[in-house]
Design a protein around this ligand. Structure first.
Ligand code: C2E
Ligand code: CA
Ligand code: CA
Ligand code: CA
Length: 279
């Protein structure tokens, strides 16, 4: 039994070492990868639940590594945050999303582009200046840009967050609280922050597959909060028609998920827009 325990320890240590090696490998090639243009964005459509009309897209970053292949953000964003490389990477994401969205075939419509912003970016002194510069250089109308901030970031540094969000608001940019419902923010905190959109986390949308589930009561409560605070509400991770039907009934405003579309590359995004808007 003792030998088996030792084996397990050895296996565990080897596992941790390989994880660490993988981490170091990823981190080391990060700056070089940015220079070589290995990062790219995909865009996932967001549509109005009542009408099905296209409202905009969320930008999601991907990494095409020359030998490791396609790496998803769940694997490299946490590393980028640990090493603060998220600040230059996030700036690149924002710049690229604004420039690409400014060139979308929009017709008379005004599609939004939502960009995920890490807490480290918000805390970076030059953040608001760089947003201002990117907006001006891209020519994107500021009210087309939505900054997504996770509820946990709101909670860790509420004072700074409120200040920065106020400055973004003054520029005409909209703000969404991402992964809402997972972070226990209080009603009073929400009321004090200049927020425009609540994004209900996928974990609350999953149970709606079964319309009789108690999960609907929680979502109904979040949606009521949205109405009370005059905020738009987006449901993320919708995969099934039954979830869509429940959400329409509950008055959720916007839908995002595989049921509508998976995230699309830049060219496919433009084709999606052209097909939807007939421009
Ligand atoms: P998120 O902000 O919650 O983004 C939604 C994630 O759910 C995306 O995963 C999207 O592809 C996935 N998704 C959308 N609809 C469905 C669905 O119907 N079913 C399922 N199973 N999944 C769905 P992705 O692209 O892998 O991104 C994961 C997370 O990485 C994001 O979660 C976000 O927190 C982070 N992330 C992605 N891009 C960026 C970025 O540019 N900056 C920062 N700071 N974080 C990013
Ligand atoms: Ca998001
Ligand atoms: Ca989210
Ligand atoms: Ca999420």
């Amino acid at each position: 039994a003792k030998a088996a325990g030792k084996d397990r320890v050895a296996v565990f240590q080897a596992f941790m070492r390989s994880r660490l090696v993988e981490k170091m490998r990823l981190i080391n090639c990060f700056p070089e990868s940015m220079r070589r243009g290995e990062f790219f964005l995909e865009y996932q459509p967001q549509v109005a639940l009542a009408s099905g009309q296209l409202e905009g897209f969320e930008a999601l970053v991907r990494w095409r590594h020359p030998t490791l292949g396609l790496i998803g953000p769940d694997r490299f964003i946490p590393l980028a945050e640990e090493t603060r490389l998220i600040v230059p990477l996030g700036r690149w994401v924002l710049r690229t999303a604004c420039f690409q969205a400014a060139r979308w075939p929009a017709g008379d419509s005004q599609l939004s582009v939502s960009v995920n912003i890490s807490g480290w970016q918000l805390q970076d002194e030059g953040f608001v200046d760089s947003v201002t510069e990117i907006i001006a250089a891209s020519g994107l109308r500021p009210d087309r840009l939505v900054i997504e901030i996770t509820e946990s970031v709101l909670l860790t540094n509420p004072t700074l967050t409120a200040t920065v969000l106020g400055e973004l608001k003054a520029l005409g940019i909209r703000v969404a609280i991402d992964d809402f419902g997972t972070g226990y923010s209080s009603l009073s905190q929400l009321r004090q922050l200049p927020v425009d959109v609540i994004k209900i986390d996928k974990s609350f949308i999953d149970p709606l597959v079964d319309p009789s589930s108690e999960g609907a009561a929680i979502v109904a409560m979040i949606l009521r909060l949205g109405v009370d605070l005059k905020l738009a509400t987006t449901a993320e991770g919708i995969e099934h028609q039954s979830q869509w039907d429940v959400l329409v009934g509950l008055g959720c405003s916007t839908a995002q998920g595989y049921l509508i579309s998976v995230p699309l590359g830049a060219a496919a995004t433009e084709r999606f827009i052209a097909a939807r808007l007939r421009v």
